[in-house]
Design a protein around this ligand. Structure first.
Ligand code: FES
Length: 198
């Protein structure tokens, strides 16, 4: 599981043993503990505080202090719609989730957080060299690095942070992905240093 944020909504995103992926409000319906501190138990998410178990639909299934009790179905986590495409989990807190278009055939590369602005990040992408040459920005978020391409998805978080999900072109080899991943790290450092210097 991991903690995430979409449009200011704090989320717990987790994968059950059966492979199902869920995105919920990151608050336990019992006393509000962050569910992202809890544990995946088979196909349930268990809260760290009192151990209540919630199934994939968000409904409470088990209360350890009352093991004989069939919990009321009204005890339920707030569940959001998710869609999965090319290794990226999309969440919509207001309706049905749909993957946004990605302008190339892609594979997941890495994700990272950076304390920076979009403009600083784009500048870093154009000025941090990859294998001795400066990348070319083809369109927003899409960069040509020699024979390779990288697409950066930006998700604004709180406290001036951006969550970046980087996709590589589908043809990139593991070695190519490793090189692109190192470039992403150099971009992250450069964008963050610019923010600190400002
Ligand atoms: S706060 Fe989560 S089980 Fe009590």
């Amino acid at each position: 599981m991991m903690r995430a944020q979409v449009n200011g909504q704090d989320l717990v995103v987790w994968r059950a043993s059966n492979g199902d992926i869920s995105a919920w409000d990151n608050r336990c319906p019992h006393r509000g503990m962050a569910l992202s501190h809890g544990f995946v138990r088979g196909n349930d998410l268990a809260c760290l505080y009192h151990g209540w178990h919630y199934g994939g639909t968000g409904v409470c299934r088990y209360i350890p202090a009352h093991p004989e009790l069939d919990p009321p179905k009204t005890i339920k986590a707030t569940v959001f719609s998710v869609a999965i495409a090319d290794g990226v989990i999309w969440v919509n807190t207001q309706g049905a989730a749909e993957p946004a278009p990605v302008p190339m055939a892609s594979q997941p590369l890495r994700s990272f957080h950076v304390v920076s602005h979009s403009e600083s990040l784009a500048r870093a992408c154009r000025t941090v060299a990859f294998e001795g040459a400066f990348p070319e920005q083809l369109e927003q978020g899409l960069y040509q690095l020699g024979a390779r391409q990288v697409f950066l998805l930006e998700n604004p978080l709180d406290q001036g942070r951006l969550q970046i999900t980087a996709l590589a072109d589908a043809d990139a080899t593991p070695e190519g992905c490793a090189a692109l991943s190192r470039w992403c790290e150099a971009v992250r450092r450069s964008a963050q240093e610019e923010k600190v210097a400002a």
